[in-house]
Design a protein around this ligand. Sequence first.
Ligand SMILES: Cc1ncc(COP(=O)(O)O)c(C=O)c1O
Length: 390
Amino acid sequence: MKSCKHLFSRALAAAPGRLHFAAHSHHLWPDASFDAHMQAWNDAARLADRKWEHVFAHVIPAAQRHIAAELHLPDASSVAFGPNTHELVQRIFSSKQKDGPIEVLTSDGEFHSFRRQLARWEEDGMVRRRTVPCAPFESFTARYLAAVAEKAPDIAFVSHVMFQTGLRFDGIDALSERARPDGMWAVIDGYHAFMAMPVDLGRAAQNTFYLAGGYKYAMAGEGAAFLHAPAGFGPRPVDTGWYAEFADIEASPKNEVAYSRDGMRFMGATFDPSGLYRFNAVRDMLAAEGLDTNAVAARCGALRDKLEAAIASGKAGALKDAEILRPNATGPRARYLALRDKRALAWMSELLKNDVIVDARGDVLRIGIGLYHDEADIEALCGKLAALPG
Ligand SMILES: Cc1ncc(COP(=O)(O)O)c(C=O)c1O
């Protein structure tokens, strides 16, 4: 396996003794992103007040093209940006406001950002929630779709890949077939799928919102969340910022606040665009290296298999007794290895003392593999794991 460490020379050199195996959480930043970050600074200095003309004319369209190519979207202009998915979710929900609570169908595996906001909205009677449990995993997609068929919610919100277990929702196309601008909306949180595995929204794009962002597998850091918004769904978000006006706005005959028809209707207000600079540069670097998502996933998958085999053989000590989660019978797997064991948090803290970075969510230890790992890193990790107290 050819090493890709040279693409990450700055991040690796910044902490030479560290074994960073949380690539699924906060991925290390490739060198290309450093140059892009500097470019953002230089553009701000050079263009000053005219910086945003450049960002809207070049940086945003390039990022839209990259996302459309990755997700097989028919039209790149459906993509809007925000500093995080939270802000974009707020804007979607604000577009669905009605008399009485918004009916939401979700899962018990959603990331904290949505889980917390939904719980708070529910406290105030703004939403009414139905939750489909992720377990048992084999039937999750079918159970979720059955719950939609039983009673269509106003918003069906579900992760493409669950952050804690790696469970994949395989019903995006089926869900999208039921979505209508004046009926149920389908909103997919794709943060753990985007650039972790191939995603083809070719069929679903017309009817499905898709959210993700930069700081995991896109390797671009924070501040680069995005939303693909299908045309006609939520034409006038109530939560709206003035950046939604930097678009092809149609004047409203009734003198109402006007919006564009494309994704820009979901924009907010002033934000730090450097994340988009980094994102574009990383995508260009990957293309120049001939590394698409399939290639990166195959490479990381081979290393994950090696780690799994080492754990099973006892080379990683006490981890042999943990349950390795394999929530999907077939198809692409999450980019991290999830191990269930009541010692997960203790293991994570112990590893941290030795500069080995993994993470734990409850009783699940997550070990995330990225482009900057090679076989020697897996062996080094196993050595550290073997030294953990049993
Ligand atoms: C599934 C999922 N969605 C969203 C996020 C990030 O949310 P936000 O951009 O609101 O901070 C994460 C981060 O770990 C995630 O795992």
